[in-house]
Design a protein around this ligand. Structure first.
Ligand code: ACK
Length: 294
């Protein structure tokens, strides 16, 4: 696919990403809503391409909305250099502030796990691709820490290959992590590591995302929401701080591949961040376990 801006030159911000005319987007459906944005499916009338448009509910933001979008867009823009990170097609500034991305036919990994019994081989390939995408983000300079890695933020293209998304507001989210968690829309408390409950001002490191990956691996294996039975989110933070984790009893014991992944999962959610591997280790281990392509 030819990048849209080569055929349709438009005003560029930072000379790095194109401005998309909101009026040229034919709205098709709402894909989802969150606390500070909603995502719609649209067709770009000039590019003749389906896109996903993340529109910010700007009243949720303090400070410059435009800066927030640019911050996400700049990070997203890097995505085109990784096979497993969603790429940026452009941004809309007026009348709506929005981020335009390629449309991913198979939605999110969370949706997939809910709907169908995903073959084990595909689950392992997705886990491997997530670790490749995360390795890419963590290798950037400056480093990109996602801070909200979960199955909802892993998108799947037409062939079920992984694209990590929603990492652009990471820094903003990290700062207000506790607010996000206790707010009605926030659900990421389940994926946040214990050290951040003790000190909300702690600067997130790569080990933050690795912990979240561990929790996500349990969701991939069990197809259950982590801590599904714990109704009170404050209890989750207490439980996690005292070393509790998603219920290992839900993990099948009759499969060798599941057992190997379960060991990796538990390393990733180690209480001590130093005991957690980095994503390139995770990728290597998954590759060795399952003979996956590099
Ligand atoms: O699980 P889903 O179908 O996949 O519902 C959520 C919803 O929007 C809110 O995030 C979907 N979504 C987000 N970005 C994209 C995209 N680029 N392509 C397709 N669906 C997307 C996500």
């Amino acid at each position: 696919d030819e990048p849209p801006n080569s055929r349709y030159p438009s005003v560029t911000v930072d000379r790095r990403f194109p401005i998309v005319d909101f009026e040229r987007l034919e709205k098709q459906s709402i894909l989802g809503r969150g606390g500070f944005a909603y995502v719609m499916k649209a067709r770009h009338l000039d590019w003749r391409q389906d896109v996903a448009v993340k529109c910010l509910l700007t009243r949720e933001f303090e400070g410059s909305e435009q800066e927030q979008v640019y911050s996400e867009a700049r990070k997203l823009n890097l995505g085109s250099r990784s096979d497993h990170v969603i790429s940026l097609l452009g941004v809309c500034l007026d009348p709506n502030i929005a981020i335009v991305m390629p449309y991913m036919e198979n939605g999110s990994l969370a949706g997939l796990l809910q709907d169908v019994d995903v073959p084990w081989a595909l689950r392992w390939r997705m886990a491997h691709e997530i670790s490749l995408g995360m390795t890419f983000l963590h290798c950037q300079n400056p480093q990109i820490i996602h801070c909200d890695l979960k199955a909802e933020n892993v998108l799947l293209d037409g062939d079920f290959h992984v694209k990590i998304s929603d990492f652009g507001l990471s820094k903003w989210k990290a700062k207000s992590r506790v607010v996000t968690k206790t707010s009605p829309g926030g659900g990421t408390i389940t994926h946040a590591p214990p050290e951040y409950f003790a000190d909300i001002n702690l600067a997130p490191t790569t080990k933050f995302d690795v912990y979240s990956f561990g929790v996500m691996l349990s969701a991939i294996v069990t197809r259950e929401q982590p801590y599904a039975l714990v109704v009170n989110s404050a209890l989750i933070s207490v439980a996690v701080t005292t070393g509790q984790r998603p219920d290992l009893r839900l993990i099948p014991t009759d499969r060798e591949d599941v057992t190997s992944v379960s060991e990796l999962m538990q390393k990733c959610w180690s209480q001590n961040p130093e005991d957690r591997p980095e994503f390139n280790d995770c990728a290597k281990q998954l590759q060795n376990m399952f003979n996956l392509e590099e």
